[in-house]
Design a protein around this ligand. Structure first.
Ligand code: PNS
Length: 165
């Protein structure tokens, strides 16, 4: 069985993330979506809320194909503990490349058997990020094409009385 860890902040999950999860499931038998809990990141949603949104967005996936979890500290430690074969990451544009390249090589230096598999999301999502979604939502903009309906509602609730993200 081939397992990939798909790590990220997912604050919140977007249709771009979901696109990568579903593409990843074509290559891997088991995809572990691992939500970062490192404290220094000031997130809009709690880890529990982020995991719940991912679970809801992937509720139609057959049992056993996907697992939603959280991790703290170094990603490679989590990858080692989980016994995963690879790290899965989405790459949207050239601007992502340098950061992803550095992370992939650093992770491989720290855990030599781990490789990172990059997948490109549908071009509709090539400019989409959780950060932009939070920003647009915080000013009342329409993010309905970028996130599942219930995430849009969660954003609206969070953004009430919160002008900046
Ligand atoms: O969705 P993001 O915020 O781009 O995800 C970044 C993430 C979570 C993959 C990265 O920050 C990470 O792996 N953090 C855990 C700490 C770690 O291992 N850092 C060294 C990476 S080379």
């Amino acid at each position: 069985m081939r397992t990939a860890v798909y790590p990220g902040t997912f604050d919140p999950i977007t249709n771009g993330h979901l696109d990568i999860i579903f593409r990843g499931m074509k290559l891997f038998d088991h995809v572990i979506v691992a939500v970062l809990v490192n404290r220094e990141k000031d997130t809009m949603f709690t880890v529990g809320e982020r995991m719940e949104m991912i679970a809801k967005a992937t509720r139609d996936v057959p049992p056993g194909r996907i697992e939603i979890t959280s991790f703290g500290g170094l990603l490679v430690n989590y990858v080692r503990e989980s016994g995963a074969d690879a790290i899965l990451r989405g790459i949207r544009a050239i601007s992502d490349f340098e950061y992803e390249f550095q992370m992939a090589l650093m992770n491989r230096k720290l855990l030599k058997q781990v490789d990172t598999v990059f997948m490109m999301p549908d071009e509709r999502y090539s400019y989409l990020s959780s950060k932009l979604v939070r920003e647009v939502a915080s000013f009342g903009g329409d993010v309905s094409v970028f996130v599942p309906d219930f995430v849009e509602k969660c954003l609206k609730t969070k953004c009430e009385g919160r002008p900046h993200v």
